[in-house]
Design a protein around this ligand. Sequence first.
Ligand code: C2E
Ligand code: MG
Ligand code: MG
Ligand code: MG
Length: 288
Amino acid sequence: QAKQEGRNQYRLYTPKMNDKALQRLTMENELRKALEREEFLVYYQPKLDLCSGKVIGAEALVRWQHPRLGFLSPSEFIPLAEETGLIKPIGDFVLWAACKQNKDWQDKGLKGICISVNLSAVQFQQKNLLQKVTHCLTEVGLNPAYLELEITESSAIQNPQMTIKTLKEFKKLGIQLSIDDFGTGYSSLGLLNQLPLDTLKIDKSFIRDITSDKDSQAIVSAIIAMSHNLGIKLVAEGVETKDQMFYLKEHHCDQIQGYLISPPIAAEQFEKFLQPDYHIMTYTWTVG
Ligand code: C2E
Ligand code: MG
Ligand code: MG
Ligand code: MG
């Protein structure tokens, strides 16, 4: 009887474990096939310049139109893609899609904007990354000044010497460079000073309570003062309210990105932000 129960318990437990392992394996297989099946797409989230009130760029963010599970956001598949190395071909796809899209917009006579592409640590450490990016820009015919690469602060500090060397090579090509999720990764001032950066993106965790929380305010003020002294532009991520936007404008943050302006959207939808007569500020902007 006891043996029987024990076995039943064991049986109850095992399928669950198998379920998890099976789910992972299934997901990995599907991830492998997703590229050739063209299930990935790139969304664009506008970046707004706080001086002019105009959209001056966008961040490319990948999505997966999964055949069974529907529309998946990066948090649901990027970690597995990083573990399996599949982030490399997926990342290549995003880079090419974003560059081609930007070239199309320019060829259509829409305003020239800079599009940023995220690089995971795994991608950033690829030996042939520089060749890959150069090849893409040449083939597409896009001016390197219209491409920005974002690496997270935590991947920048994994191997500081390598980061300095790689970023300097990218800078020579004329590509824009940005540190993402800044404030969460404990990089040193010494390192920042040696990196040829154009932009720092303040992590959204510091923006959430910016209008009320004294600690967030102190951190953001320190980051803004420091970057401006180093000649680096600041982008605030995760701006959701007008009050956050006004606070950031008052404190001389350069650009904002967040649901207040727009969530990440499909390329066709993004085009309206590039029309010369498009005034995003007619409904958000009240101070000059
Ligand atoms: P990230 O690069 O820091 O991108 C910003 C994330 O914040 C995006 O999430 C965006 O949708 C979200 N966001 C934008 N505005 C707001 C807002 O106002 N409030 C809040 N709460 N969130 C906002 P998403 O698209 O889910 O991407 C998550 C992360 O996945 C990205 O963080 C990036 O690290 C990674 N990722 C996305 N696309 C790619 C890619 O093509 N390659 C690589 N390597 N990583 C990617
Ligand atoms: Mg980013
Ligand atoms: Mg970020
Ligand atoms: Mg992030």
